[in-house]
Design a binder for this molecule. Structure first.
Ligand code: FAD
Ligand code: N01
Length: 539
């Protein structure tokens, strides 16, 4: 039997990750006649939707938008059941995509890519895995996900806890039953806000441990209106085009951006606009006026509108005040989209614990202790977020020209050209990497755009016999300044968000995504390609 540790296979491309990005990348490369292998650490496809099986998980972009557009038959045939699809349905969809395009045979599951090393002489990457495989490839595509490395809970005494504990981002595949249990949820970000109402529906007692409250708007999810579906499907090409040219990667007619600055509207006009968007549900609230992300006074009118909604909804006024965010502008941490989140706090068996004023000291065998009180618990849910955007890349020992480690190059924050490549790491592509619209957009639009740009690029190079493509340091620096300027022209840097790396101890505080909008960004990428990959050195 061949020893897989010493054997070295050669392919054109290695793709790391089998979420939507890795799957579509494989499909495109096959279309070019290239050989490709995908490595995936999970035992199935789907990435985010494979790992995040917590109760209540669903998307916050509407299903008709949060779906692949590259194949018309696929988008015409697939039927979403709800306005916002739940995790099991999205996982079924992504599995359907894998089967429909015969992608599974290209994927090696249960395999972690541990290292990728550039060999300058051979102009190839050597990719290594935890199963001992060594694969040589001309191109390496990191489709590793922006929210794929959950932050490990670091609480003293956790190992002593007698009951089960779970992380939302690594949820067990077997059903978790909270009935009759005293449960803690730690964290109040999107994952917690989705899961809390569902866990409250099962548990005997639920304590929510909140450090920082988040702004949340109602999803008003419901069965997908067949007439709406028919209209979109009759005109899907136009619908997708508008999304690609938009700022955030989706456009919902009733939620269109306005050009009016907030303070030019009277308080009554503001209220009417906010009420209409609140009633519609979803992210539209933040496009009520033109300056909500740039003008603090304008932003405060929206923030106060949401705080008033919280006070109206939550009967205990002290709890309502605790749930009102005050120390960052609305929208500068990702807005949450919920189903009866605030209402949950009206239930007798649900308690909000403020761990800002009384932090958690330790987990004990029978529960948890803060500086003020002890809580008896049967199970703990950590909804404590992700090492976003760079976590999955740094988990791989990536070494570019001269053996330079990506972790060292990016020690003070990510540096990329277009968020798609980084100088000194030739022929390596980052799907939805830092410096691209990525997590600020409908990710489906951004993933498709990157995958298509990368496959066009690889085709261009192959047709011309060009061995390597590497961003020039000058182009990378210019792009970095542009990303910085755009980000810092907004209110985003005022928040301690994961966009800023602020949720991970020791992570540099840098606003990582590009906020210029997916439409403008796509144009920029297309121009770079049209000019023969301007800003890249081709050799
Ligand atoms: P992922 O889906 O994260 O897939 C990356 C894959 O790479 C993973 O399966 C991982 O196991 C694998 N991998 C990583 N490193 C390695 C390695 N070293 N070796 C082997 N395999 C590796 N976006 C939206 O636009 N709308 C939404 O409504 C939305 N909802 C979300 C809800 C949740 C709970 C979360 C966490 C994210 C959500 N997102 C949403 C963002 C979401 O991550 C993207 O929409 C999209 O699914 C990302 O796809 P991807 O293929 O780029 O990455
Ligand atoms: O993570 P988060 P998430 N002690 O980082 C708290 C996407 N997503 O998994 O703010 C106590 O937002 C932390 O508190 P603080 C979406 O893009 C989408 O919820 O640091 N608390 C915070 O409350 C989203 O933005 C959906 O003070 C600690 C929470 O944990 C992104 O994924 C659903 C703590 C983490 O919130 C991440 O969301 C789910 C500690 N030591 C996810 N450490 C949709 O709706 C952290 N916290 C589609």
């Amino acid at each position: 039997m061949a020893d897989s540790r010493s054997a070295q296979q050669r392919v054109d491309v290695v793709i790391v990750g089998a979420g939507f990005a890795g799957l579509y990348m494989l499909h495109r490369l096959r279309g070019l006649g290239m050989t490709a292998r995908v490595f995936e650490k999970g035992d199935g496809v789907g990435g985010t939707w494979y790992w995040n099986r917590y109760p209540g998980a669903r998307c916050d972009i509407e299903s008709m938008d949060y779906s692949l557009s590259f194949d018309d038959e696929l988008q015409q045939e697939w039927q979403w059941s709800e306005r916002y699809a739940r995790q099991p349905e999205i996982l079924r969809y992504v599995n359907h995509v894998a089967d429909r395009f015969d992608l599974r045979r290209g994927i090696t599951f249960n395999t972690l890519v541990t290292a990728a090393t550039w060999d300058d002489e051979a102009s190839r990457w050597l990719v290594e895995t935890d199963t001992g495989e060594r694969v040589s490839c001309q191109f390496c595509v990191m489709a590793t996900g922006c929210l794929s490395v959950p932050q490990a809970p670091r609480f003293a005494g956790l190992e002593s806890f007698r009951g089960p504990w779970h992380q939302t981002g690594l949820w067990p595949h077997a059903e978790v039953d909270f009935s009759e249990q005293r449960v803690a949820v730690i964290g109040t970000g999107s994952s917690a806000i989705q899961s809390i109402p569902v866990i409250a529906g099962q548990a005997a007692r639920l304590n929510v441990f909140q450090r920082t409250p988040n702004f949340s708007v109602p999803a008003h999810s419901r069965p997908l209106d067949p007439e709406y579906e028919r209209q979109i499907k009759a005109n899907y090409a136009e619908f997708r085009k508008s999304a690609r040219e938009s700022r955030a990667g989706f456009v919902v007619a009733t939620n269109a951006n306005t050009d009016t600055p907030t303070l030019e509207a009277t308080p009554e006009q503001q209220r009417q606009e906010y009420e209409a968007r609140w009633a519609h549900g979803g992210f539209g609230l933040m496009s009520s006026f033109s300056d909500l992300y740039t003008n603090l006074d304008a932003n405060e009118t929206t923030a106060e509108f949401v705080r008033a909604k919280i006070r109206e909804t939550v009967r205990d006024s002290a709890v309502a005040e605790l749930l009102c965010p005050r120390d960052y502008p609305i929208g500068t941490k990702r807005l949450c989209v919920d189903t009866e989140y605030y209402e949950t706090y009206n239930q007798e068996h649900v308690t909000l614990v403020d761990i800002r004023s009384a932090p958690i000291v330790e987990i004990t065998p029978g529960g948890l202790r803060t500086t003020e009180a002890a809580y008896e618990l049967d199970a703990i849910v950590f909804a404590t977020g992700f090492d976003a955007m760079t976590g999955a890349l740094f988990a791989i020992d990536i070494r570019g020209r001269g053996g330079v480690a990506l972790r060292d190059k990016w020690a003070n924050g990510p540096q990329t050209y277009l968020g798609i490549a980084t100088a000194g790491f030739p022929n390596m592509f980052l799907i939805t990497g830092p410096g691209s619209p990525s997590v600020l957009s409908n990710m489906m639009v951004s993933i498709e755009q990157h995958v298509e740009w990368v496959s066009d690029c690889v085709e261009y190079l192959s047709e011309r016999g060009i061995a390597t493509l590497d961003p020039t340091p000058e182009a990378e620096e210019r792009w970095g300044e542009h990303v910085y300027d755009e980000g810092h022209a907004t209110l985003y840097p005022l928040a301690n968000s994961w966009y800023m790396g602020a949720n991970i101890p020791g992570k540099p505080r840098v606003f990582m995504p590009y906020i210029g909008g997916v439409g403008a960004y796509r144009k920029e990428c297309d121009e770079v390609a049209a000019k023969g990959y301007d800003g890249f050195a081709l050799a």
